[in-house]
Design a protein around this ligand. Structure first.
Ligand code: FE
Length: 213
């Protein structure tokens, strides 16, 4: 697990937002199978800005694509200070179609870097988040770049696998509203397009995952 000291986070481009969110959280490493929540949401003031949604419709699945790699480290910060790209904070909750939060679940994330490249040799821009007892997660990364799929760019997207005990694995992708390549993409599902906005120089997005109860 990355050493998430206040000093190390300062260089990630998240500024005071990260410092406020980290609070006094320990940087003690934990075994990978311990399922320690990786969220940084430490107080109610830091809840995502969009009202929590509750829907009886499960999150749509989306194609896995060719670049999934098992075994990513448990971490919620995928970006290093040296990485290029616009910083992105993606937060939300995992819940059932009965609106019950699902804690202790894993959200396996993989994405291209800001240049549109996947790291298939190591685990750059890959990580497994663990939801807290309220089902919340908090991802710090960059806005992924677009890459060519044949003759056409795929819109920016983040790949996700949600695994929770007692539920089928959800494999999906999240997209960004306003991406000019959303229209006509052969794989996109409109329900997976996130609204987003810049706050304190960080792009912020919210997405709540819903698993059928
Ligand atoms: Fe992809």
């Amino acid at each position: 697990m990355r050493d998430l000291t206040r000093r190390s986070l300062l260089g990630l481009g998240f500024g005071s937002l990260v410092l406020a969110a980290c609070g006094s959280r320990s940087s003690t490493a934990a075994p990978r199978d311990a399922l320690v929540p990786t969220t940084h949401i430490d107080d109610e003031d830091d809840l995502p800005p969009v009202p929590m949604t509750c829907t009886a419709v499960g999150t749509a699945a989306n194609i896995e694509g060719p670049f999934y790699k098992r075994g990513a480290p448990h971490r919620s910060v995928l970006v290093d200070r040296s990485d290029a790209g616009e910083r992105l904070r993606l937060t939300g909750v995992l819940q059932t179609t009965r609106c019950e939060p699902i804690g202790g679940a894993t959200i396996d994330v993989w994405q291209a870097n800001a240049a549109g490249d996947y790291d298939n040799d190591t685990y750059r821009f890959r990580g497994v988040l663990v939801t807290d007892k309220k089902g919340r997660y908090d991802l710090r990364t960059v806005v992924p770049g677009r890459y060519l799929n044949g003759a056409r760019y795929r819109p920016a997207h983040i790949h996700i696998k949600v695994r929770a005990a007692g539920f089928s694995t959800l494999t999906t992708q999240l997209y960004f509203a306003g991406d000019p390549y959303n229209d006509g993409d052969p794989f996109i599902d409109d329900s997976l397009i996130m609204q987003h906005a810049v706050e304190n120089e960080i792009r912020r997005a919210r997405f709540d995952f819903v698993l059928p109860a």
